[in-house]
Design a protein around this ligand. Structure first.
Ligand code: CUA
Length: 402
């Protein structure tokens, strides 16, 4: 946000312009800037920290310039004809004729040239944006109702399996990053405009997508394709780190094994409930659906929880910071009640829907749920790999929930 302001401040040269233009520009700038400052999310397709966005911006300028030429040309032809052929300037009726080859050729040729020019611009940008560099860092993006899984296919964990994180995508700056997008159910849309563009995630298909940014920071991502009851609650964060910090994150994530809780601690009780559930009350084991790196929990139906304690968002970006912290226990107790369409079972005995069928959740006591929460909070990457530490957050007001 600041960089955009900095870039534009103090660069205006005194020039004679129609009075309406500065007023319009000031109004637009005020709207955009207040939009940034007051909005909870800084989503900008014009974020020039991304090569992707720069390419689209310059292509748009050419397209807009072409449109202005067309507009001026058509307006001129219109006003010229109206003036020249006004009835009060001609006594006799105008010449009547049928067919004019030259005129018809011009009327066909000009639009064809316009369409060709626009196509060349589009194809040129596509040729620059679509190729995927062979050695670029890769992230496998799996979208599901209503959350995201980000796996690092080239990084095999020392404890087995591929390193992955849910709902918070960590990527390096200053290089293109290749995303392999797919969906586990319906069509979703990967949209984090600050790092470039938007692409659908389709079931049974893997599509590649190249994103980049040169500015380290936390950016907002949203699902951009209406996908069900919690489409609006299907968010994520993109955390762009400088290459050295990114490498430190990957190295620590690769070596990570979930900590073994001390005997008799709340975390230890939480661990047992997480792994086994509670058969006597029908409470299902969390490990059936969630993976925790370095433990027997290898479920794939729900988000990967290996680094849950490092994450600052909850419910796929529904809450952040302190609010996320406060909501963790009620969330475990009844997530479908807090997020329509969530498929996680309830643990307070509430009913919930799966594929239109009413299910009844098992029951854990508040203390038991707090034990599970304590265990989840203990799943932390080491300090040097905490990707939130010191990373500027774009889109949250100063003193906000971060
Ligand atoms: Cu997923 Cu909208």
């Amino acid at each position: 946000m600041n960089t955009i302001q900095d870039r534009h401040s103090g660069t205006a040269r005194p020039r004679k312009r129609p009075a309406a233009f500065p007023a319009l520009a000031a109004g637009l700038a005020a709207t955009l800037l207040t939009g940034c400052q007051q909005s909870e999310q800084f989503l900008s397709i014009g974020d020039m920290s991304s090569d992707y966005n720069k390419e689209i911006f310059w292509m748009s300028l050419w397209a807009i310039a072409l449109s202005i030429i067309v507009f001026v040309g058509v307006s001129w032809a219109l006003f010229y004809s109206v003036q020249k052929f006004r009835e009060d300037r001609h006594e006799a009726p105008p010449a009547q004729f049928h067919g004019n080859n030259r005129l018809e050729v011009i009327l066909v040729a000009v639009p064809v040239v316009i369409v060709i020019l626009l196509s060349v611009l589009t194809v040129r940008s596509m040729a620059r944006l679509n190729p995927v560099p062979v050695n670029a860092p890769k992230i496998d993006v799996l979208s599901k109702q209503f959350w995201w899984n980000f796996a690092y296919p080239t990084v095999t964990s020392d404890a087995g399996g591929t390193v992955a994180n849910a709902n918070e995508m960590v990527m390096p700056t200053n290089q293109p990053v290749v995303l392999n997008l797919t969906s586990g159910d319906v069509i979703h849309g990967f949209w984090a405009p600050n790092i470039g563009g938007q692409r659908h995630a389709l079931p049974s298909v893997i599509r590649t997508w190249k994103v980049d940014t040169e500015r380290p920071g936390v950016y907002q991502g949203n699902c951009s394709q209406l996908c069900g009851a919690s489409h609006a609650n299907m968010r994520y964060k993109v955390i762009a780190l400088e290459p050295e910090r990114y490498a430190a994150f990957l190295a620590a994530a690769k070596a990570y094994r979930a900590p073994t809780p001390a005997e008799g601690s709340a975390e230890a009780r939480g661990y047992t409930l997480f792994m086994q559930g509670k058969a006597s009350t029908g409470a299902l084991a969390c490990s059936a659906c969630h993976r925790v790196q370095g433990t027997p929990a290898a479920g794939a139906a729900g988000p990967d929880l290996s680094f849950f304690g490092t994450r600052r968002t909850l419910g796929a970006g529904m809450w952040e910071g302190e609010v996320a912290e406060r909501n963790l226990v009620p969330w475990i107790a009844n997530s479908p009640g807090m997020k329509p369409g969530a498929l996680m079972p309830t643990y307070d005995g509430s009913e919930y829907l799966v594929n239109g069928k009413v299910q009844k959740g098992g029951v854990l006591t508040r203390a038991e749920i707090e034990d599970i929460a304590a265990y989840l909070r203990s799943l932390k990457l080491p300090e040097e790999a905490d990707y939130w530490r010191g990373t500027p957050v774009y889109g949250v007001r100063a003193g906000g929930t971060q």
